[in-house]
Design a protein. Sequence first.
Length: 381
Amino acid sequence: MEFKLCAPCLFGLEGPLGNELRHMGMGDVKGENGRVNFSGSLNDIAKANIRSRFAERILIEIGRCRALTFDQLFEAVRSMEWERYIPKNGAYPVKGYSLNSQLHSVPDCQKIIKKAVSKRLGAIYKMSWLPENGALYQIQFSIMRDEAVLYLDTTGIGLHKRGYRPAQVAAPLRETLAAALVDIAGYRGKGEFCDPFCGSGTIAIEAALAAKGRAPGIARSFSAQKWDWVPELIWRDARSEAKSKEFDREYHIAASDIDPKAVEIARQNAKRAGVDRLISFSKADACKFDRDSFDGIIVTNPPYGERLMEKRQAAELIEKFGEAMKSRRGWDINIISSDEELESHFGRRAVKVRKLYNGMIKCGYYMFSTKASGSGRRGAK
């Protein structure tokens, strides 16, 4: 059985996520703002949940409709075949969002959708009251430009929650974004990789997971595992397939920070992720960066501050880091920052700048190079 599926993602990650899903063999892959739509089987639902590095969750599309009024939304939702998915004791809370639409009150939309689904299931199961004491069937909706799309969430806790980061320093980077930064930078496990502002170690850990080919969700559970109509065998098969794609080689991944507490947190997070032996951790000042490499990649998320004094200090930090990198050769340097003046502070023009979001913070992903051919920007996206 084929399903219409949707993988929400952080804005700017539609390209990497689409490529990832195509590589997994998914069908009809099409990116939109903040999501990638695709088609697949039950096996593909398990595969995408376990293996995706960039998706936030995997949703089954139940239906879509025009929604200019609450009556229109109610009737459309009630006509959808919810009984194919939700049993008589299933719990089906509703959450979602509305943008640029007539129906802009999210709480009212939640109530209408909940009522419509209840009416449908009550009539099908011939029950005036549904207990909702079984497995979770989280309903999600999006209403954009007066089109409503209804989904069931197969994931549960978001896919960026890998499970290795219970302890973290301030302003952590979401795991899915960190994985995408590594992917966009072109790191594939060869050559040196370094994060000199490692914080809680997320970037280096995601680099190690990707280099080893370890599926980020291989050790966690998902909501759809508790659904009666989804065989447990597909999850076992998907995990076995993911495990078979892991491989070992010699890696040169380094993570450092000037704060020894951050370094220790990063080391413990890497241990929980099972990649601590693949990463070299150290206390070091990024502004005294002294590594030389003819095949090195830096991916980092330096402090960029929110208040005026913090921004000044962050700018000075980038200036010093830029000075340290002037004498270093053979590095591609990739920095994510909300500082629109980062190129000026770093002291050179980026080869490329991509627009990304760290949560709700709009950022640039600045891509520099100290290699011979790395001067001058080749375009921005």
